[in-house]
Design a protein around this ligand. Structure first.
Ligand code: GUN
Ligand code: ZN
Length: 431
């Protein structure tokens, strides 16, 4: 069989450990070469060392002056909420009632779901996000539409049907088949090409105990699927869950009692968790998806990075579009940094890039597949332009360290900083 080799020359950055716990967490090759064979990473290192591996006739694409990193991974967002991003509301619960539910109703229509999925995936790729963990709506056809569009582009995506059978409008309520529909969607889509399924109970208040119980059984029957839900986002929501589940020790404990904490379970927000909750996150191998633009937008609260790190919980970053205000993981880092400052802690830029790449892959149990340039990893990568705007060019003309470069990219960068996006070795966006 013939193989196809591609090569890219640029500065290379990727991670093999968490910078919060390890002084030697990253690999940085100022003049680097990334070698791709058949859509997978063959080697990543110094140009001077690897140039000899270039086969005759393969000329590296010259991205000198740019930084190549693994594609960003966004572990929490809602594709049906694309059209309602930046909708004003005083907090989570009125926002759901006023904007979210009516918007999600439209995904009953497969044509609307398809065209929205196309736009949504374009936007992710423009922002350098190559993998996302995505909520669809309660309609199974919204999941088919999303995966059909993602599969046609051969993207590594995770998505699932929202499960919801109470405290929601009738037009979005699972009547009986919610969990059965989810099982059929798992059989159809999980591990088909690069598509992966996430069992998706919206959040505790919108499922009956019967639905949560059946959802836990489904998660046990398909242990290599993902689980995604929301937890402890908003104080009114937490109070409500306390009233609905007086026997539970905490909001998070509701999920644990129904068998919904395990590896590959991703919990959005995690703002009001206590030390015991974070210990359960770490113990069960569950992961937090931290969503700062959303939490600041809705006034939900400030994620406590130090508390989470004390417990050693798995962490990742999510945009949470449409409550999140940007599809850009760089903008998400910017807000995460400021949230950490307000909580008296400090996030290094290096850590934020880790959380958006290898950290997320670890949170998802996909280390070695995405999120780094380990040999054999899927060639999902991005080309970052540190001089994308006049201001960025001016700022990055004088840098004392790699940390300063990454910090400038995180604080000033957005979709304009993404020169190109590659998925499985193929260019899927360029500007
Ligand atoms: N909690 C339950 N549903 C949602 C949602 O769609 N967005 C956010 N941010 N929180 C939720
Ligand atoms: Zn969300």
């Amino acid at each position: 069989a013939t193989t196809t080799m591609q090569a890219y020359r640029a500065s290379l950055l990727h991670f093999h450990a968490d910078p919060a716990f390890n002084d030697d967490a990253h690999a940085w090759h100022e003049d680097g070469l990334l070698l791709i064979e058949d859509g997978r990473v063959k080697a990543a290192g110094d140009y001077a060392k690897l140039a000899c591996m270039l086969p005759d006739g393969v000329t590296p694409v010259d991205y000198r002056g740019m930084v190549i990193t693994p594609g960003f991974i966004d572990t929490h967002l809602h594709f049906p909420q694309t059209d309602m991003i930046a909708s004003p509301s005083p907090g989570l619960l009125p926002w759901l009632e006023t904007y979210t539910f009516p918007t999600e109703r439209r995904f009953e229509d497969p044509a609307h779901a398809r065209s929205t999925a196309e736009f949504f995936l374009d936007e992710l790729l423009r922002c350098g996000t190559t993998t996302a963990v995505v909520y669809c709506t309660v309609h199974p056809q919204s999941v088919d539409a999303f995966f059909e569009v993602s599969e046609a582009r051969n993207l590594r995506m995770v998505a699932g049907k929202v499960l919801m059978d109470r405290h929601c409008p009738d037009f979005l309520r699972d009547v009986e088949g919610g969990v059965g529909d989810s099982a059929a969607l798992i059989e159809k889509w999980h591990k088909r090409g690069r598509q992966l399924y996430a069992i998706t109970p919206r959040f505790a208040p919108t499922s009956t105990d019967a639905q949560l119980h059946a959802t836990g059984e489904l998660a046990a029957a398909y242990p290599d699927t993902f689980i995604q839900t929301h937890v402890s986002e908003n104080k009114d929501e937490c109070k409500w869950v306390g009233e609905l589940h007086p026997q539970a020790r905490s909001y998070l404990d509701v999920y644990e009692r129904f068998g919904l904490m395990r590896p590959r379970a991703l919990f959005g927000h995690c703002i009001w968790l206590d030390d015991d909750d974070f210990a359960r996150m770490a113990h069960t191998g569950s992961a937090a998806a931290v969503c700062p633009t959303s939490n600041l937008f809705l006034g939900s609260g400030l994620f406590d990075f130090e508390r989470a790190d004390r417990a050693g919980a798995l962490l990742s970053l999510g945009t949470d579009v449409g409550a999140g205000t940007s599809f850009s993981m760089l903008q998400t880092m910017n807000e995460a940094y400021k949230v950490a400052r307000l909580k008296g802690s400090y996030l290094k830029a290096e850590r934020m890039f880790y959380l958006a790449t290898l950290g997320a892959a670890r949170a998802m149990g996909l280390e070695g597949t995405i999120g780094s340039f380990a040999p054999g990893a899927e060639a999902d990568f991005i080309v970052l332009d540190p001089k994308a705007t006049p201001l960025m060019a001016r700022r990055t003309a004088q840098l004392a360290s790699l940390e300063e470069l990454l910090f400038a990219l995180a604080l000033l960068g957005d979709d304009r900083s993404i020169k190109a996006t590659y998925s499985n070795g193929k260019q899927v966006h360029a500007r």
